[in-house]
Design a binder for this molecule. Structure first.
Ligand SMILES: Cc1cc2nc3c(=O)[nH]c(=O)nc-3n(C[C@H](O)[C@H](O)[C@H](O)COP(=O)(O)OP(=O)(O)OC[C@H]3O[C@@H](n4cnc5c(N)ncnc54)[C@H](O)[C@@H]3O)c2cc1C
Length: 277
């Protein structure tokens, strides 16, 4: 849609050019959300594409994903063979309610900064133990763990003007086995529940990530594979009955039941199988 409150679109060559932040400014990534609804409080868009950050950089340490990397670019990434968790890039990219526009324009960083419960790039980067680099307007860069970034539905730790620069996924997490389950009430709809479990190749551990079912991601770590009962107790200890998200995509009771069900399936799959899920 046309945003008739916008008076200026800035195209900086470096994020440092934007020194002073004021009300009315907004970073523009793919624009798929920004242009989908009136932005009456915004008069200036600052286009991140002009920063020309390389989308993806793989190394022995892991994968660096620029915030401006598009979903299509992430989907096309060819991962090293020993990154057994890399199929999650495809699974999570396909978890959008995605039109052609979303697929080709939406960015990984834009999805994370929207901080919706059904943000699949949040699911992906939390499950793969990512760390985000944030650039404040008036200070040194800071790092946060992906699990600590989203604080609620459409809420996160970004300060005014702070920019998400980069997401780093460590190779140790990319080499894990995984199992995942997702549910949506409608075909190609938003996720109601999206769970991923990962397990180290040489250990009996389990890292369970619960998203979409809750307003913000919840992660439960087990040093050794839990029993069904231990898993259920751990979920209840971390997510009380009233802690599940409630919207048109699913009631809290529905999301809670599916969380138990999928978590148990993930537990069993990772305990029983030697192959990636
Ligand atoms: C039809 C449709 C379907 C959608 N389906 C889904 C869905 O299934 N799941 C979901 O989570 N969302 C969905 N969305 C919402 C949104 O389009 C996506 O979250 C998308 O990934 C946002 O990315 P973008 O690059 O287009 O962000 P933009 O629209 O450009 O920006 C989104 C917000 O993030 C801020 N921002 C962007 N990048 C940065 C950055 N690097 N640092 C700081 N702030 C930043 C912007 O200022 C803005 O406030 C949907 C939207 C539409 C219109």
């Amino acid at each position: 849609m046309n945003l008739n409150t916008i008076r200026e679109v800035r195209q900086p060559a470096s994020a440092d050019e934007i020194v002073k932040w004021r009300d009315g400014y907004a970073w523009l990534a793919g624009g798929t959300w920004l242009f989908s609804t009136p932005q009456i409080a915004t008069d200036t868009l600052i286009d991140l594409r002009s920063l020309r950050w390389p989308a993806l950089e793989a190394s022995a340490a892991g994968l660096d994903i620029a915030a401006t990397c598009t979903i299509a670019e992430l989907y096309a990434f060819q991962a090293p063979a020993n990154w057994t968790a890399a199929p999650l890039f495809h699974l999570c990219s396909r978890a959008f309610l995605a039109s052609f526009k979303i697929w080709n324009a939406a960015t990984v960083g834009g999805n994370i900064c929207m901080s919706l419960p059904a943000g699949p790039m949040i699911t992906l980067t939390v499950a793969l133990e990512g760390r985000y680099t944030l650039l404040p307007r008036d200070g040194a860069p800071r790092e946060v763990a992906a699990i600590d970034f989203v604080t609620g539905n459409h809420a996160n730790v970004l300060q005014p003007g702070e920019l998400l620069r980069n997401i780093r996924l460590p190779a140790s997490a990319l080499r894990k086995r995984f199992a995942s389950h997702r549910s949506s009430l409608t075909h190609l709809g938003r996720s109601a529940v999206f769970l991923i479990g990962t397990r180290s190749a040489d250990a009996d551990d389990l890292l369970l990530t619960v998203t979409a079912a809750t307003p913000r991601p919840v992660q439960i770590r087990f040093d050794r594979a839990p029993s069904s009962e231990e898993l259920r107790h751990a979920i209840d200890a971390r997510i009380p009955a009233e802690g599940y998200f409630d919207d048109v995509h699913g009631s809290p009771a529905y999301r809670r039941r599916l969380t138990y069900y999928y978590a148990e399936q993930i537990r069993a799959e990772l305990a029983n199988s030697g192959a990636a899920g």
